[in-house]
Design a protein around this ligand. Structure first.
Ligand code: NAP
Length: 257
């Protein structure tokens, strides 16, 4: 039986990923902070005959991420599919947001992804198989005034994962970067983007199930980059070819509160 480890598995896109892996007969290793929710998920999956276990970890603390990896090793967990999904955003002017909050975001959105991709990627390379999916965002392709740190973190994830995919391909390991656009999850509550044009309900929002299904398919096919929905691909094309001053104005407006 193959095993899938999903970070940020209790909500939104991560939860939807867990359902897809369960459907396809994987054993689940669920990671997030909320232990009660994790316990409930494990119970519910076990009732559906899906093997599941959990690790309650705050992945914004690198020491805890490293400890998680050592625990996985001592528990004999072999990860066939890794989904680095846990993440959050913060909106507001970079200089006005607290450094401590942004540091936590950088640690979770970049360091946890970088560390787990390194540690588990190393094992996959040695075995000669494995699939990794790192969740970035359409924000990875553009500067994001009013969410500057978040956008920069996702650019890091995209750049690292795309290069890692090229490095690991010859060893039978694929790395997919999933880039969702605006998706209806708790993300916007946490990031306080509900009042901005992007986070509001005026623009169409994807469901987490749609995003996860798209990412899952791309991961199974070993696609390098998966940008969800044609509107988002169009937006990224616009950012690439339009004059930079226009791009900056449009992006600034879209996240203004
Ligand atoms: N929603 C969007 O519009 C959107 C767009 C583009 C990209 N994304 C990306 O998609 C990914 C998933 O986001 P989502 O929209 O599904 O958000 P969500 O509904 O808020 O879910 C976030 C998940 O991450 C976990 N998490 C948060 N902080 C954590 C921490 N410090 N340690 C461990 N786990 C933590 C949460 O569980 P606990 O609270 O239990 O820890 C939860 O399971 C993120 O990387 C996000 O940046 C989202």
């Amino acid at each position: 039986m193959k095993t899938a480890l999903i970070t940020g598995a209790t909500e939104g896109i991560g939860y939807a990923f867990s359902q897809l892996f369960a459907r396809d007969g994987y054993a689940l290793v669920l990671v997030a902070r909320n232990e009660q929710k994790l316990q409930e998920m494990v119970k519910s999956y076990e009732q559906q005959q899906t093997k599941a276990s959990y690790y309650a970890v705050d992945l914004s603390d690198l020491e805890s991420v490293i400890a998680l990896y050592h625990k996985l090793q001592s528990d004999g967990v072999v990860v066939d599919c890794l989904v680095n999904n846990a993440g959050f955003g913060l909106s507001g002017l970079y200089t006005d947001l607290s450094w401590e909050d942004q540091f936590r975001m950088f640690q979770l959105d970049m360091m946890a992804v970088a560390y787990l991709s390194h540690a588990i990627g190393q094992e996959m390379k040695a075995r000669g198989n494995g699939k990794l999916l790192n969740v970035a965002s359409t924000a990875a392709f553009m500067p994001l005034p009013n969410m500057a740190g978040y956008g920069a973190s996702k650019s890091f994830v995209l750049s690292l994962s795309d290069a890692l995919n090229t490095e690991l391909r010859p060893y039978g390991v694929s790395v997919t970067t999933l880039c969702p656009g605006v998706t209806r999850t708790k993300f916007h509550e946490v990031a306080h983007t509900e009042k901005s044009l992007l986070g509001s309900h005026f623009l169409p929002q994807a469901t987490p199930e749609e995003v996860a299904a798209f990412g899952y398919k791309a991961m199974m096919k070993g696609k390098p980059i998966a940008i969800h929905q044609w509107m988002n691909r169009l937006e990224i094309g616009f950012v690439r070819i339009a004059p930079k001053c226009l791009v900056r104005k449009v992006l600034n407006k879209s996240l203004e509160k």
